[in-house]
Structure formats: C-alpha cells, structure tokens
Design a protein. Structure first.
Length: 390
C-alpha cells in the first residue's frame, strides 16, 4: 500500500512470546524461573558512570518524520476456509505511527507477501514446538539418568562409609584391647616400683641403723683399745716388777742356803735339831712361788739354829702397800669395770654365752709367759655344746 510516495512496512503478525503456564510442564521437569538482570552500580566516578547507558538515538535531528497508516488484518490466525470465501473481506485494523520521511509504510506491502510470511512463521513455530518437545524428552531422560546415578552414588558412598565405619570400629576395639593390656602392664610396673621403694626404704633404714651401730661400735672399739693398751702397759710394768722380785727372791734364797751351810758346819748339833733341809747345787727348777716357800723354810731353819728353839716370837707383820704397777693395774681394772657397766647390751649378751667358755689365766715363770686357759669365744645365746679352739 502506497500513500504519498511512502511504503509502510508490514507489521509482524506473530504476537510476542509469552511463557506457557506452569500447569503445562510435567511435575518431574524443573520449571524455569525468570531471573532479574544484575544491576550495574558504579562505586566511583569513572567514564562509564558519567556517560549515559542508553545509546544515543540513531535518528538524526535534521531528518523529518511523518505519520503513516498501517493496516493489520484481524484475526491474525485465519483458517484455510477464509480463502474460499472471497466475497467476505477480512477485518482490518488501521494503525497510525510516526516514520521517517523517505521510507515506505509497512502496511503498503501486498497481501500475498503477508500470507507467505505468515506461513513461514507458522512453519518456524511448528519446528520450534517440535524442538521444544524433543528438548523436554531429552531433559526428562537426563533427569532419570541423573536420578539413577544419584542413587548409585549414594549406594556406593553408603557402602564405602559402612566399610569405613566397620574398619574404624575394629581399630577402636583393638586400641581398647591395647590400652587395657598396657594399663595392666603399667599397673604391674607401679606395683613393682612401690615394692622396690618399700624395700629401698627398709634397706635404707637398715643401713642407717647399721651406720649408727658401726659408729657406736667404733666408739666402743676405741675405748676398749685404750683399755687394752692400759692393761698391756700394766702387764709390762708388773712383769718388770716381777722380774725384780724374782731376782731378789733368788738372791735371798742363795744367801739363806749359804747361811744354812755355815751354821751346819760350825754347830752341827744345833742345826740338827730342826727339820732337815739340805739344798743341793743341782736342784730342779722352781717357779717363784716354790722358790719363796723354800726361802721361808731356809730362814726358819736358820732362826732355829741360832736360837735353838722352835717357838719363835716374830715381829708384827709390816704393812704391805701395792707397787706402782699394781696401783696402775687396779686403776685400769676400775676403769674397765666402769666401761663394762656402760656396755649394758654387751654385758647382757655376754651372760648368754655358752658355759664351755673359760677365762684366761697367765703365769710368768723366769720372765716367760705361760698360758693355761681356753681362748674366750664370742657366741650367741643359741649356741650350745662343747667348744674347742683349733
């Protein structure tokens, strides 16, 4: 259709696409949801923020526009029977719009071109509908496949997790057994440590007691050694005095023997009245006691030879005092008695010795010491029987 040298373009006969209702989709197909386009929010003033987002109009201001009429047939979708009824024209809607000058109006296109375009659009619609159906079928199949895969994945993961849980349970049970075993071992070790600590305390107490006893015995030993030294010194001193006494007694015995011989030669009648005592030059050896007794007999015989009577009136006996060695020995003996009283446990233990133990007695003859004793043996109260020294 031409109007004033302009041709109006044919308006699209297909209405704009509108989404189908939600009830038309199957229940297992996800419904597409229209998303809002993201908005551009500038945070700082740069070139894109100061320039307009909407592109400028391509229509130049210098061009002029005009109003053109556009005729649109109504209804758009006509059945095929409409072509057979050529006597009844189809209703037409006339629309006026502003178009630039020099362009033809869309409504000026011939009717045959409009029908051909409408037929092509219908074919495209059928093709798109078929494609949509195919896509829906593919989507349904894909959803089923995804569901099956999800079930298989969940089943495999469940089996894996079950095996993992079983392994962890067995490992936990084994660890519990190990913990109980090592706990028992640790308890035994603790008991052994306690027992050893008790034994160590006992032995420590014994050691301390032994140390105290050793210190006490060391003190007793020192005192006894000092006492033994005193006794040894007194014995040496007494032995020296005994040697002097022996020398004097022997000299007296020799003098009295000579005096007895002289009296016997000068007055044999007087010497014969008394007891006969004839010392010989080769007399057997005597100890000091026997020698002193012989000296007493010689002196008595000499007195009888001089006085001629057996009844002799002797002078009173002189008071005899102990010698220095005897005094020192008596002092050492007193100290030893005091020391024995201080050793009460030792003295008590000495009373429980076996009766076979005897004391030692020593005799000095001619400067030689003779022992007529058994050595004192230290025995406990449980010992009994005869003891012999080897």
């Amino acid at each position: 259709m031409e109007d004033g040298g302009t041709t109006a373009s044919l308006a699209p006969l297909c209405p704009p696409y509108s989404p189908p209702p939600l009830s038309s989709f199957p229940k297992d197909i996800p419904v597409p949801v229209k998303r809002r386009e993201p908005k551009f929010v500038p945070y700082e003033p740069y070139k894109a923020a100061v320039t307009p987002i909407v592109p400028p109009s391509t229509v130049k201001k210098g061009h002029r526009t005009k109003l053109a009429a556009l005729e649109i047939p109504f209804p758009l979708l006509r059945d095929n029977s409409a072509g057979k009824r050529g006597s009844q024209p189809s209703p037409v809607i006339s629309v006026v719009r502003e178009v630039p000058e020099g362009t033809a109006a869309e409504g000026s296109a011939p009717e045959g071109e409009t029908a051909a375009r409408l037929a092509s659009l219908e074919k495209q619609l059928e093709v798109l509908t078929e494609q949509k159906r195919d896509v829906e079928d593919q989507l349904r199949v894909q959803l089923q496949v995804n569901t099956e895969l999800k079930k298989l994945l969940v089943a495999s993961l469940g089996e894996d997790m079950q095996a993992r849980v079983q392994f962890l349970s067995e490992d936990k049970a084994k660890l519990a057994e190990d913990i109980s075993f090592y706990s028992a071992k640790l308890q035994e070790g603790m008991e052994e440590v306690d027992r050893l600590s008790i034994q160590s305390d006992v032995w420590r107490s014994k050691f301390l007691a032994s140390s105290l006893m050793i210190d006490e015995l060391a003190g007793w030993k020192a005192r006894l050694m000092h006492q033994c030294e005193d006794f040894q010194e007194s014995l040496q001193w007494i032995a020296s005095e005994h040697q002097h006494l022996e020398t004097n007694v022997v000299a007296t015995y020799r003098l009295l023997s000579k005096l007895h011989e002289v009296l016997a030669t000068t007055d044999p009648m007087k010497s014969g009245d008394g007891p006969a005592f004839k010392p010989s030059a080769e007399a057997p050896p005597h100890d000091l006691l026997q020698l002193s007794a012989s000296t007493q007999q010689l002196a008595r015989a000499a007195c009888q030879a001089v006085h001629g009577s057996t009844n002799l009136r002797l002078l009173p006996a002189p008071s005899v005092v102990p010698t220095p060695a005897e005094r020192f020995a008596q002092k050492a003996e007193g100290t030893f008695e005091t020391l024995k009283r201080s050793f009460s446990p030792v003295s008590t233990s000495n009373t429980s010795l076996s009766p076979g133990v005897t004391s030692e007695k020593c005799h000095h003859v001619n400067g030689k010491t003779t022992h007529e004793c058994a050595t004192t043996l230290a025995c406990c109260r449980h010992c009994s029987g005869h003891l012999e020294e080897v």
